[in-house]
Design a protein around this ligand. Structure first.
Ligand code: AMP
Length: 188
């Protein structure tokens, strides 16, 4: 059966990098909500216009906008056939609940949540080094604070659901990925 994965971790935890490795070895569709928003921003779509002010400030885009966008993407046939790997979503418990109800309505479930744990100081260092337009020190600090507050409840949520796998993301990429494979190769 198709695997449905969630990558969890604060911005800079290495989710995107590990996602690039995972899609080479496993047949999941990589869905990064940040990337979808950035594409919409660049193309100045209606969705992009709605998301812009929140993204510029490093705040979360409101759930009703984000959830609708994710549901639309998950309903496409490539995802239904291969399974998904969500990167950057859910970002809060309400989004996790929305995802669960969408999946159960469609007779699906989350197979595994990979949580990449990285210390604050390393996160800040990595984000500053990335040099993206929205990676100024002020925006980074706000983005870390906003995401941190939302992250712990999510870790608890997936722990309770029995699908959480915590991985030390502060190591070399290859070492992190070895642990990722260990988890994915042992899913039913
Ligand atoms: P990211 O590349 O994941 O850091 O996302 C960049 C920006 O897109 C975030 O700072 C938010 O403004 C927005 N965004 C991405 N994913 C979500 C989400 N799940 N919920 C709300 N906003 C999001």
């Amino acid at each position: 059966m198709a695997k449905n994965l969630i990558l969890l971790g604060l911005p800079g935890a290495g989710k995107g990098t590990q996602a690039d490795f995972i899609v080479k070895d496993y047949p999941v569709v990589h869905i990064s909500t940040g990337d979808i928003f950035r594409t919409n921003l660049a193309n100045n779509t209606e969705l992009g216009q709605k998301a812009r002010e929140f993204m510029d400030a490093g705040d979360l885009v409101p759930d009703e906008i984000t959830n609708a966008m994710v549901a639309d993407r998950l309903s496409q046939s490539d995802v239904e056939e291969a399974g998904f790997m969500l990167d950057g979503y859910p970002r809060n418990e309400a989004q996790a609940e929305f995802l669960d109800s969408y999946l159960s309505d469609n007779n699906q479930a989350v197979s595994a949540t990979l949580y990449f744990e990285v210390s604050d100081s390393l996160l800040r260092q990595r984000l500053l080094g990335r040099g993206r337009a929205d990676d100024t020190p002020e925006v980074i600090d706000n983005r870390l604070a906003v995401n941190k507050a939302a992250n712990l409840p999510l870790v608890d949520y997936y722990q309770r659901a029995g699908v959480l796998h915590t991985i030390d993301g502060g190591r070399q990429l290859a070492d992190v990925y070895r642990d990722v494979k260990e988890v994915l190769d042992n899913l039913d």
